[in-house]
Design a protein around this ligand. Structure first.
Ligand code: GDP
Length: 347
């Protein structure tokens, strides 16, 4: 079967072999289909996805090229992430890189809607043949979304993308999750965020490798000055939080909208990478793989729980008993687990 887009309209799905060939040839249609496959929660498609990822892992080119640069980009909605990624991504593609942009958006998990990755954003980069943008998968749990994103990263890298930017919004667990799948974690913030430092959770300062105060527009000297002041303040706070670390996260200013400071910021990302070195990077990735292993296990267990017929059989009964106040949560949980343990794994 060919990797012809027409194949999709006939409803036929190319086999894993065809997908692998299409991805290695860098065909966008094959990449899109492969990413849809790794996002799928369907048990049969998940086993196909595993086969695909295994085949991609046997990439004959692996070990020949240096590993792709994986960077997380985080910050609250409105901080300017997509504008910044557009600017950085365009700079990188102009320099000959191939740039993939993925997203982990926890709001898409809850609502099916998405804060990140809608089509109107990053218009220039979307049209760039050297870039590939994929919005956040919206199905399932944060764990499921993270798994799909990490696996989409494998697909992009096998297709020859040498820079992968993973965007996430500044809300708790999703940042920790993204930090666990990238080499360098970049945190974007603003000068005027009310209670400057209180507004920034301590947790983010613990995981950030590079910090940038954004919207320091060169055409607006007052704003730029304010951003520099905020950067100094943040650098001080970081020294307190990270005093013992070998890596002192640099704090810079930039303006994604005007492209100012973006090149310097990328220089800091590269500097962090040099700091890790080949062995440090390999160790970091190996540790991430171990964490990812357990995340996969948790995700798989979650899927099995959702699909378990014996759990389904008692779900409504347990639900009304708990809602009616007739069954305590801990007992209800025991009943669900007992039903799961007693039942067959899948429908
Ligand atoms: P995101 O929600 O973090 O992805 O933020 P967006 O990139 O969508 O930007 C939010 C708003 O801030 C938009 O109106 C942008 O035009 C604006 N913006 C983004 N970057 C800059 C910047 O560097 N300077 C200024 N002045 N505005 C910016």
């Amino acid at each position: 079967m060919s990797d012809d887009p027409a194949a999709a309209s006939t409803g036929a799905r190319p086999g894993v072999e065809d997908l692998v060939a299409g991805i290695r040839a860098g065909r966008r249609a094959a990449m899109a289909r492969a990413i849809t496959l790794v996002e799928s929660a369907h048990p049969r498609r998940r086993s196909e996805a595993r086969e695909l990822l295994t085949r991609l892992g046997e990439d004959p080119a692996s070990g020949v090229h240096s590993p792709a640069v994986r960077v997380g980009v985080s910050g609250v909605p409105g901080v300017g992430k997509s504008t910044f990624i557009e600017s950085l991504g365009s700079m990188l593609t102009a320099a000959g890189h191939r740039v993939g942009v993925l997203a982990v958006d926890p709001s898409s998990v809850r609502t099916g809607g998405s804060v990140l990755g809608d089509k109107t954003r990053m218009a220039q980069l979307s049209a760039d043949p050297r870039a590939y943008i994929r919005p956040s998968p919206s199905a399932g749990t944060l764990g499921g979304v993270a798994r799909a994103t990490a696996q989409a990263m494998t697909v992009l890298e096998a297709a020859g993308y040498d820079v992968v930017l993973v965007e996430t919004v500044g809300v708790g667990q999703s940042e920790i999750t993204v930090a666990g799948m990238v080499d360098t974690f970049l945190f974007l913030t603003l000068a005027r965020t009310g209670d400057q430092l209180q507004g920034i959770k301590k947790g983010i300062l613990e995981i950030a490798d590079v910090v940038a105060v954004n919207k320091a527009d060169p055409a607006d000297p007052a704003r730029e000055l304010e951003a520099r002041g905020a950067a100094r303040e943040l650098a001080g706070a970081l020294r307190l939080v990270r005093g013992m670390d070998e890596w002192a996260p640099p704090v810079v200013t930039c303006s994604g909208l005007h492209g100012a400071g973006v090149e310097d910021l990328w220089g800091q990302v590269m500097r962090h990478r040099e700091h890790l070195g080949d062995t440090g990077l390999a160790r970091k990735r190996a540790e991430q793989q171990l964490d990812f292993t357990w995340a996969l296990v948790r995700d798989e267990l979650d899927q099995r729980l959702r699909h378990s017929p014996s759990v389904r059989a008692i779900r409504e009964e347990v639900r009304s008993a708990v809602l009616g106040g007739d069954l305590a949560a801990s007992l209800a949980a025991d009943r669900i687990l007992a039903a799961y343990d007693a039942g067959p794994a899948e429908a």
